[in-house]
Design a protein around this ligand. Sequence first.
Ligand SMILES: [Zn+2]
Length: 379
Amino acid sequence: MHDHPILNHLRSRRPAMIAELKRLVEHESPSHDKPALDALAELLAGRLSELGGAAQVVANPGGGNHVLGRFPGPEENRPALILTHFDTVWPAGTLARMPAREQAGRLFGPGVYDMKASLVMLFGALEYCGRLGFKSPRPVTALATSDEEIGSPSSRSLIEALARDCAYVLVLEPPLADGGLKTARKGVGRFTIEIEGKAAHSGVAPGSGASAILELAHQIMKIHALNDVKAGTTLNVGVVHGGTVSNVVAARAVAQVDVRATMLDSAARIDQALRSLKPAISGTRIKVKGRFSRPPMERTPAIAGLFDRARLIGRGLGIELTEGSTGGGSDGNFTAAIGIPTLDGLGVKGGGAHADDEHIQIDSLPERAALLAALLLNL
Ligand SMILES: [Zn+2]
């Protein structure tokens, strides 16, 4: 790691950053707790305006409010968009058994890694940019949402609308285990296959019924035949229900299917194939519900190009960036799918996301903040 003004400055702010991170972890913020989320949104908006941004709380009547901050830069250039979220998967009261605590160079606590450390890292980067009078090549828009962990139902349209006007998107989700950035993510779909048949006494009048269970069995075979593991397309019928008692021809059967795809066109193909399933047995009907809640984030040439530039900027700080892909989704899936170059996994190194040993590596906090500042000042 080099001696570099950005790194030196952010390392000097390390104690303040740790203190702020502890305060954020101690402000619990489960995805469904509107009062807690709204209070945290106010606090974050206050921080963004202290840092020189035009901050705004975006009201969300159906869930926690979101926070938007706009920072100055040459208006003739399209802005950079930074995505963060402040909801966590942890229920209120988790702190009692998992307090925020420092141990052996790590900071533990609920939501510390996914992704409260990213908020502190964002503040550190913006503070540095502000010191230089926001000399970045473009304005910076920072969005902190309250519903990422539940699939971003209320923030998706806001994220997509903001991204459409931006040059690129930086997502501060946790990195790969080795600190690598995420330049590809699988898309995730959940579908329900409902079969309607016709009940009949299985002993007295079997011919007058139509078995929904037998029909579902046919459909399950067709669905599993759509698997293409090499191409990264996987379908799994994980749950089946159906029938009432053994001597009645089943009138109803249901299957739940999880689908993952690496490419937008394979996601569309699977979506189409599921929607056009045809009954194999006369007298039954098929109803398909569901969709890809997060489209695949493909490693397009534009994303590869953005990563290459980020890698050079990282090298200037003595940070050797790597990249990789992951099966999980994030808000980066939305922005990449509408064609905006997106780099994900820029968050702080650590481990145990959504697990009891959730933690960050404290040394990584000023370093990733320095990397983010350098990206904003150079990309
Ligand atoms: Zn996250």
